[in-house]
Design a protein around this ligand. Structure first.
Ligand code: PHE
Length: 342
C-alpha cells in the first residue's frame, strides 16, 4: 500500500492529479480511511498494532503529498518566470510623437505675450448672429462691407424664426460680447477661427484672427502703437521692429489704420525689422462711439483701441512659409519638413 501511494504521488504531474491521489488514499472514502474504520472491530492488541502502522502510513503519504505539492508549485512558478521573462534593459522601440499644430503654437505664444501686457482672453461663437457680426459693429444691412466679407450664411428653413446667423467673418463680434458682459474698463484679446469664401495662396475659407480691445478713460492711438510694437518684438524675437500706420477705413473704428511691418526678402529668406519691404499684418483703430453704445458702454466716459490681426499670416512670416493652404492640409511630410511633426 505504501509503495502504491508513494509511487502515485511521485508520478503525479499536476496539482489536480495529486489531489486525486490524496482523495484515493486519505479522503473520506479513501483506502486508508476505509482501513481505519475497520479498527473498531479488531481485538485490542491487533487494533493497537494496526492502528499505529496505519497512522505512520497516513503520515508518510501526507508528508509525500505536501512535498510533491510544493514541488509542483515551484515548477509552475519557474515555468511562469521563464515564459513571462522581460528584459527591462532592452532599448525601447521609437514611436512618432504627436506635436502641436504651428497655428496652435502661435496662438499659445501670442496669448502669453498679451497676457504679460494685461490682456485676458475672451471668446465668442463661430456661428454668430448677423447682429454681432455686422450691425453692432456699425455695419448695417445695406452697407457694402457686408459684400466684401464673402460671408457664409447659415441656412434657415421656412418658418424658422431665429435671427439670421453667419459663420463669423472676423473676431470683432467678440468685442461686443466682451464689453456687454464685462463693461469698461476692459483689456482683452480674442483669438479664434473666422470664415470667408476665399481661396488662393494666401487665403483659406477658414483662417485665424486675434482681436485686441483696450477700453479705459483715456486710451489713445499711442497706446495702440506701443502695444503692437511690444508684441511684434516679442513674437518675432527681434531687438526692434518698425511699424507703419496707414490711414484706412473700418466701419467699427474711427480713425482707422492698417499696420505694416518692415521686413526684407533676400534669396527667399524673410527678415523682420530690417529692409525696405512692408507687409500688412493687421487692421486697427479707435473703437467707434456707435460700437461702444451698441455694447452698453458710454462713449462720453470711455474710449479705446481695437485691432484684428491675421494669426496664420504672422505664423507664415515667423516660419517663412510661402503657402497658407499647406497649414490646413494635414500633410505629415509638410509638417515634418517645417519641423512641426516628428
Ligand atoms: N475686423 C477687421 C477685419 O477682419 C480687423 C479690425 C479689427 C480692424 C479691429 C479694426 C479694428 O479685417
Amino acid at each position: 500500500l505504501k509503495g502504491k501511494y508513494l509511487g502515485a504521488v511521485a508520478s503525479a504531474a499536476s496539482e489536480s492529479a495529486l489531489e486525486e491521489v490524496r482523495l484515493a488514499a486519505l479522503g473520506k472514502k479513501g483506502e486508508i480511511s476505509a482501513l481505519m474504520s475497520t479498527l473498531g472491530k479488531m481485538d485490542p492488541d491487533q487494533r493497537k498494532a494496526t492502528g499505529a502502522a496505519l497512522n505512520i502510513l497516513r503520515d508518510e503519504i501526507d508528508a509525500a503529498l505536501r512535498a510533491k505539492k510544493s514541488a509542483l508549485g515551484d515548477a509552475a512558478l519557474d515555468e511562469r518566470l521563464r515564459s513571462e521573462w522581460l528584459d527591462v534593459t532592452l532599448p525601447g522601440r521609437p514611436r512618432r510623437m504627436g506635436t502641436i499644430h504651428p497655428v496652435s503654437q502661435v496662438m499659445e505664444e501670442l496669448t502669453a505675450i498679451f497676457a504679460d501686457m494685461g490682456f485676458a482672453v475672451a471668446e465668442g461663437p463661430q456661428v454668430e448672429s448677423d447682429w454681432y457680426n455686422f450691425d453692432a459693429l456699425n455695419i448695417p444691412p445695406e452697407h457694402p462691407a457686408r459684400q466684401e466679407h464673402d460671408t457664409f450664411f447659415m441656412h434657415r428653413a421656412p418658418g424658422d424664426n431665429r435671427p439670421p446667423h453667419v459663420l463669423r467673418t472676423h473676431t470683432s463680434p467678440v468685442q461686443i460680447r466682451a464689453m456687454t458682459e464685462q463693461g469698461a474698463p476692459i483689456r482683452v484679446i480674442a483669438p479664434g477661427r473666422v470664415y470667408r469664401m476665399d481661396m488662393d495662396q494666401t487665403h483659406t475659407p477658414m483662417f485665424h484672427q486675434v482681436e485686441g480691445l483696450a477700453i479705459d478713460r483715456n486710451i489713445s492711438m499711442a497706446n495702440l502703437k506701443w502695444v503692437l510694437e511690444e508684441f511684434c518684438r516679442a513674437f518675432f524675437e527681434v531687438p526692434s521692429v518698425e511699424l507703419r500706420f496707414r490711414a484706412s477705413h473700418f466701419p467699427f473704428t474711427e480713425p482707422s489704420a492698417e499696420v505694416d511691418i518692415r521686413c526684407s526678402w533676400t534669396g527667399g529668406q524673410l527678415k523682420i525689422g530690417e529692409g525696405d519691404s512692408w507687409l500688412e499684418i493687421l487692421g486697427s483703430g479707435m473703437v467707434h462711439p456707435k460700437v461702444l453704445t451698441a455694447a452698453g458702454v458710454d462713449p462720453a466716459q470711455w474710449q479705446g483701441f481695437a485691432f484684428g490681426m491675421g494669426i496664420d499670416r504672422i505664423a507664415m512670416l515667423k516660419y517663412g512659409i510661402p503657402d497658407l493652404r499647406a497649414f490646413f492640409e494635414s500633410d505629415l511630410r509638410w509638417l515634418r519638413h517645417y519641423g512641426f511633426a516628428a
